[in-house]
Each structure stands twice: as structure tokens, then as C-alpha cells.
Write a protein that binds this ligand. Structure first.
Ligand code: ACO
Length: 319
């Protein structure tokens, strides 16, 4: 049986690090408020010239280097983003061009903060079915461009970044099991309603969020989907070496870990330094764990994410 194995990981953060204290110079907030409610201490924000495809391409180059795979071996690119460079074409094709390759399928998936889960599961299906042998799976977002910097309830929560993995067809186990879900009834909890129409932008181009509604829904569904994936694959929580969750808020992560009975020293946490980077947050956290040596070959990883839609999912991996 063919499995999809992670051959390498990479990530990229813009150089400009903005601490809570920096942010408090221009927004009516404080380090104390942000830290106690979210665990966020800083975020990285793109420079004016930087686009989602630039962040994604750099993360992809680093993942390719780690995997020792050259760009022309890639036969699939799936990119998760909510902040594409353009209305069309897909940012995945722009990354493909920047990597100097052509011909393989390249497309975007849109599931907001659950986007990397959706992209990973899509690429896994391509590999298992024999439609691809080496896939680049990327999560990249520049949420700073769709934030209302006058709305302190949302603008303090997000950052920019990109993360990527190279997935390869393998005889060894890799992605063990996954589950994706969505429920469009929760549209009003979190959205960015703008659309282009007749040369105008219709609706607000900024993120709108019901913070407490998101919090409750996220804890409930992340706990449920983690249980579901473990049960369906006959794994116990004791077998999980690392929980690598979407990094929206330390309190959501703590509540999910508690539900699973996992201590926080089994959780890769990057929300303090990255804030919520949407589709990039899970691969950024995975790459942080790989590069600092916590995540080791042969370990079992549980990745999980949730975002607007609502859309959510979890993936169990033997790394
Ligand atoms: N700085 C200072 N004060 C603030 C700020 C801020 N940045 N933002 C809001 N406040 C004030 C409010 O105005 C309010 O003041 P009031 O009592 O005088 O009216 C007070 O703080 C409390 O506001 P609440 O919204 O009730 O604060 P809450 O305790 O619910 O925390 C938060 C808000 C942090 C957003 C919380 O609801 C949360 O974490 N929700 C999850 C949201 C999330 O993670 N979204 C990410 C996107 S979705 C995803 O990725 C899954």
C-alpha cells in the first residue's frame, strides 16, 4: 500500500516582528490584555512589497531543501490561503512559476484557518491514489491586509507567515488517518464579506468575528474531531507524541489538550511568537518542532485545525 510521508518541512516569517507593546502604540490595547486572553506576545507583519506567494515560495524552498527534493520532481502543488495574491489565478500557480517549474497541477484550497488540513488531506488522496508522487503542500496567509486596524478585538490576534511540507509516496507509514468537516450554518461567527463586483468592492473587506462564539465552537469541534480520528485509527491519546494544533489562541489550545488528556508539554505552541497566521499556523508550528529537534522521525503527530466556514479537521501522522 502506498502512503503519503512527510519528506521535509519549511516555513517563513516576514522580518518585521511587532510585539504587543509595539502594537499598543497605535491600537488601544495592552500587552497584559492580549497576553492573558490569547497567549500572544508578538506577530510578524509583511512589508509593503511582500505577497502571499513570496512567503509561500520561501517556505516551499526551505521544505524542498529539507526533503532533498528538487522543484522539478514536484508533481502537485496544493496551497491553502484566504489571502491570495489575486482574485485569479490561483496563488499556487504563481508559486509554481517562482519555483521555476511548470506543468504539474497547482491549485488553491480555501478553508481559512483549517486550510492546511484540507490541503494536506487533498494531497494525501492524490498520493494514495497514484495521481501524484511528490507533492508540495503549503499554507500561507497575509491576514494583516484584511484586518481593520481600528478594531482592537480582531487586529491584535493575527500575523502573517507561511509553512510547507513535501509529501512523498512511500512504502513506510506517513499520514495514518484524517477527517475533515464543514458547517456553513456558522458563517456569521467569522467572515470577511467583501467581493469584487463591477469594478467595486462590495461589502466590508475586513475580518468580522464573534470572539466568544468562535471560542466555544472551536473547543467543541477540535475536541470532537481529535477523538474521532484517534478512535477510527485505533490509536490512544497515550500514543500521541505531539499535538500540533492551529495556533489561534493559547486558551483554545489548552482546553483542547485538556479534553484529550494531553499535558501542555506534548503540545507544540507557537501562538506566542506568531499569533494566528491562519492557514500557515499548523505547518509553521510543525516546522518549528522539527527544526528545534522536538519532533523526531517515527513519532506520532496529531494535527488539527479550525476556521471560518466553519471548516475543521484533524490528521494523524507517523512522522
Ligand atoms: N485590548 C484591550 N481591550 C480589548 C481588546 C484589546 N485588544 N479587545 C477587546 N477589548 C475589550 C472589549 O472592548 C471589552 O470591553 P468592555 O467589557 O468594556 O466592553 C472587553 O475587552 C472584553 O471583550 P470580550 O470580547 O468579551 O473579550 P473576551 O474575553 O471574549 O476575549 C477574545 C476576546 C480574545 C477574542 C476571545 O473571545 C477569543 O479568544 N476568542 C477566540 C477568537 C479567535 O481565536 N479567533 C481567531 C480566528 S478563528 C480561528 O482561528 C479558529
Amino acid at each position: 500500500m502506498t502512503h503519503a510521508k512527510i519528506l521535509g518541512t519549511g516555513s517563513y516569517l516576514p522580518a518585521n516582528r511587532v510585539s504587543n507593546t509595539d502594537l499598543a502604540q497605535r491600537v488601544d490595547t495592552s500587552d497584559e490584555w492580549i497576553t492573558t486572553r490569547t497567549g500572544i506576545k508578538a506577530r510578524h507583519i509583511v512589508a509593503e512589497h511582500e505577497k502571499t506567494s513570496d512567503l509561500a515560495t520561501e517556505a516551499a524552498r526551505r521544505a524542498l531543501a529539507a526533503a532533498q527534493v528538487s522543484p522539478d520532481e514536484i508533481d502537485l502543488i496544493v496551497l491553502a490561503t484566504t489571502t491570495p495574491d489575486m482574485q485569479f489565478p490561483a496563488t499556487a500557480t504563481i508559486v509554481q512559476q517562482k519555483l521555476g517549474i511548470a506543468g504539474c497541477p497547482a491549485f488553491d484550497v480555501q478553508a481559512v484557518c483549517a486550510g492546511f488540513m484540507y490541503a494536506l488531506v487533498t494531497a494525501d488522496a492524490y498520493i494514495k491514489s497514484g495521481m501524484a508522487k511528490k507533492a508540495l503542500v503549503i499554507g500561507a496567509d497575509v491576514f494583516s491586509r484584511i484586518l481593520d486596524w481600528e478594531d482592537r478585538a480582531t487586529c491584535v490576534l493575527f500575523g502573517d507567515g507561511a509553512g510547507a511540507v513535501v509529501l512523498g509516496a512511500s512504502e513506510e507509514r506517513g499520514i495514518i488517518h484524517s477527517r475533515l468537516h464543514a458547517d456553513g450554518n456558522y458563517l456569521n461567527l467569522l467572515n470577511c464579506p467583501a467581493q469584487m463586483s463591477d469594478g467595486n468592492i462590495m461589502g466590508s473587506p475586513f475580518v468580522k468575528m464573534d470572539g466568544q462564539g468562535v471560542f466555544k465552537f472551536a473547543v467543541k469541534q477540535l475536541s470532537a474531531v481529535a477523538d474521532e480520528v484517534l478512535q477510527e485509527s485505533n490509536y490512544t491519546k497515550e500514543q500521541v507524541d505531539w499535538l500540533i494544533p492551529h495556533q489561534a489562541n493559547r486558551r483554545i489550545i489548552e482546553a483542547t489538550a485538556k479534553h484529550l488528556g494531553l499535558s501542555m508539554d506534548k503540545v507544540i505552541l507557537t501562538v506566542d511568537e506568531h499569533a494566528n497566521t491562519s492557514a500557515a499556523s499548523i505547518p509553521l508550528a510543525l516546522d518549528a518542532g522539527v527544526r528545534d529537534g522536538r519532533v523526531q522521525r517515527g513519532q506520532t503527530l496529531l494535527l488539527e485545525g479550525i476556521g471560518g466556514g466553519f471548516a475543521w479537521g484533524a490528521v494523524l501522522i507517523e512522522y
